[in-house]
Write a protein that binds this ligand. Structure first.
Ligand SMILES: *Cc1c(COP(=O)(O)O)cnc(C)c1O
Length: 435
């Protein structure tokens, strides 16, 4: 049923600790038997997962290659250098810091390295696709810095409705004169025009930062335009479309920015780097440098477009009119004004389809209810889903939501029917390591 190493790892853990082993078995079964549509998730390869479970976890390596605070770091230097070199090649830039524990930590490293407390930066209106580390009031970025926000176009008659309003970006920057302009989002389905952002940053005299956490895999494969050479600094996660271990990344072509953000990250923000994760990042970057990865990212985009098209045919509205990347925001109220993101998330999960409720641009409902769901194709594409399977996924979604509108009995019956079909489909397309 699963990869031989997974079996050996499971037996080892289960023999020592049946309580933890039972939870591992349950999660493995959940992932194997459900369709993962969360746009920020993926199925890492067995090589990447097991790389994260090696003896590199035992080692302290505070500092950077060649300048460590501990002995015994020869192989730490080798693996961190390998990860850096591969990251630079993948993203076509001069400098890479592979130590951020996560995407938010990477952003913190940049903010602490390039801004002073109280400095102004500009980012997208958070509820319309930004990330909490782009200025949310409870986050370090909103508490210790001064965010100002630029909007999307909010006019159904506008040809670029729900897409970035570059004129408004320019106006916000000229009015507030931020020290840094931030682009890159968590729920934006359109291509980002980095060259246009560069023009605005030059006009306003500010630094330009791209957070490519979501689209990193597409960028690495040349399936989304690169933020280089336009951006001064680029941050990312490694676990979303890039399909590596859970972690972060800071990239730049500027030696001064590299030095400042390095110092801000360590000793400024983090202590010892997660060397087992850096080892797994190197393995994942190696996978992403292979030709198959480009083919994978092409299929990710094709699958997202197929799902968006099929949902549109069923009466749903894809925000901004479609997708250029791996994700989409679905306006459920176009199908039926009674539908909410909260209900959809719950009903679909019960049927074995995992996604998250998400506000749509200018959503009138509260964040815990919402009018939409965010769907992405990276994980299903990793399993091998193609056009036919994505069309079936759209039909599963509509069957469950339509039944939910009819009432509890209809929903219970359809949930059971769809769950069985989902499970059969998942068995036909096993997740990596479970084949
Ligand atoms: C996911 C995401 C992050 C944060 O990543 P974590 O690893 O969860 O900290 C940062 N920025 C954007 C745009 C994201 O989508």
């Amino acid at each position: 049923m699963s990869h031989p190493i997974d079996d050996a790892v499971f037996d080892l853990i289960n023999t020592n600790d049946p309580e933890a082993g039972a939870i591992l078995a349950a999660e493995q079964a959940r992932q194997a038997h459900t369709i993962e549509l969360i746009a920020s998730e993926n199925h890492a390869s067995p090589a990447v997962m097991h790389a994260a479970g090696t003896c590199f976890t035992n080692k302290y390596a505070e500092g950077y290659p060649g300048r460590r605070y501990y002995g015994g770091c020869a192989h730490m230097d080798e693996i961190e250098t390998l990860a850096r070199e591969r990251a630079k090649k993948l993203f076509n830039c001069e400098y890479a810091n592979v130590q951020p524990h996560s995407g938010a930590q990477a952003n913190m490293g940049v903010f602490m390295g390039l801004l002073e407390p109280g400095d102004t930066f500009a980012s997208l209106v958070l509820k319309d696709g930004g990330h909490l580390s782009h200025g949310m009031h409870l986050n370090f970025s909103g508490k210790y810095f001064n965010p100002v926000h630029y909007p999307l176009h909010y006019n159904p008659d506008h040809p670029r409705h729900e897409q970035i309003d570059y004129e408004a970006v320019r106006a916000v920057c000229l009015e507030h004169r931020p020290k840094l302009l931030l682009c890159g989002y968590s729920a934006y389905s359109r291509t980002i025009d980095f060259a246009k952002f560069r023009e605005i940053a030059d006009e306003a005299g500010c630094l330009l930062m791209a957070d490519i956490a979501h689209i990193a895999g597409l960028v690495a494969a040349g399936e989304h335009p690169s933020p280089f050479p336009h951006c001064d600094v680029v941050t990312s996660t490694t676990h979303k479309s890039l399909r590596g271990p859970r972690g972060g990344l800071i990239l730049t072509n500027d030696e001064d920015i590299f030095k400042k953000t390095n110092r801000a990250l360590f000793p400024g923000v983090q202590g010892g780097p997660l060397m087992h994760i850096i080892f797994a990042k190197a393995v994942a970057f190696g996978e992403a440098l292979r030709p198959e990865f480009k083919d994978y990212q092409k299929r990710v985009k094709a699958n997202a477009a197929t799902l968006a098209g099929a949902l549109t045919d069923l009466g749903y509205r894809i925000c901004s009119g479609g997708t250029d990347n791996h994700l989409m925001l679905v306006d459920l109220t176009a199908r039926n004004p009674e539908l909410t993101g909260r209900d959809a998330e719950t009903w679909l999960e019960n049927a074995g389809i995992i996604c998250n409720k998400n506000g749509i641009p200018d959503d009138q409902r509260k964040p815990m209810i919402t009018s939409g769901v965010r769907l992405g194709s990276p994980a299903t594409t990793t399993r091998g889903f193609g056009e036919a399977e994505m069309k079936r996924v759209a039909s599963f979604i509509d069957r469950v939501l339509s039944a939910g509108l009819k009432g509890e009995d209809a929903l219970a019956a359809e949930t059971e029917a769809v769950r069985a079909e989902v499970r059969a489909l998942c068995e036909q397309f096993p997740m990596p390591g479970a084949g």
